[in-house]
Design a protein around this ligand. Sequence first.
Ligand SMILES: Nc1ncnc2c1ncn2[C@@H]1O[C@H](COP(=O)(O)OP(=O)(O)OP(=O)(O)O)[C@@H](O)[C@H]1O
Ligand SMILES: [Mg+2]
Length: 255
Amino acid sequence: MNQVADGEIVHFDNVGLRYGTDREVLSDVSFTLFPGSFYFLTGASGAGKTSLLKLLYLAQRPSRGMIRMFGADAITLPRDRLPAFRRRLGVVFQDFRLVPHLSAFDNVALPLRVAGVPEKDIARPVGDMLDWVGLADRKDARPATLSGGEQQRVAIARAVIGRPEMLVADEPTGNVDPEMAIKLLRLFEALNRLGTTVVVATHDVHLLTKVPDSLIMRLDKGRLSDPTGALRYPPRRSSTPSSGPLAGPLSDAPL
Ligand SMILES: Nc1ncnc2c1ncn2[C@@H]1O[C@H](COP(=O)(O)OP(=O)(O)OP(=O)(O)O)[C@@H](O)[C@H]1O
Ligand SMILES: [Mg+2]
């Protein structure tokens, strides 16, 4: 897909957000995301992580400030250009938002079908992806019959299947056990190595240490801090493959 010429995929300048007439839930938020990097967005419950991600996946407009994304002004973007922008994003919602009347398989297949991938080229990648997230035997199940962790894995599979330019994931491991959390992180890393910019919001501080080359953004009551310098310096453009006991399963990743 189109690469961004000036070396940034997203830029926030002095962004503020308030819902209705309440106080601001995000204030003076400025940062740049660089293509191919892996970011964690951390902060306490209520700090504004989901609110910031909503701005990133264009579900919400800020109350003030400037947002550039994929080389365009995201705030004044005409409504009819929004769907094309959204197709460049993979989103894992904190509350999953699976399509209730579709099976796990059809939920995961959705982005490929929307992108016009021929039906004959859908079964294999979707099957492989469901297998990778441990749901091969639940592919015909409707979301309502899946556990929270299973729904979360379907949501993740759906977000990554189309290899988006940017993946935005909101507490994507909040409902799975620690072993599965690591496995899902490996999936994000594999996608990242293929060039996707990854933004994962989490309040699980243990997760942050699991991706060696990740950059950390921290929100505290709606204000951003910069513990690793991620927001000041252009980070490396690609990470080296991780080694050790978890390197093996990566080669089986369906990406
Ligand atoms: N739609 C809304 N209308 C009004 N206030 C909201 C709305 N959504 C969030 N807020 C408020 O904005 C603040 C930030 O909420 P947000 O959901 O962004 O936090 P968070 O960091 O994602 O929290 P968590 O870790 O619990 O998911 C909170 O004070 C919350 O009450
Ligand atoms: Mg949240």
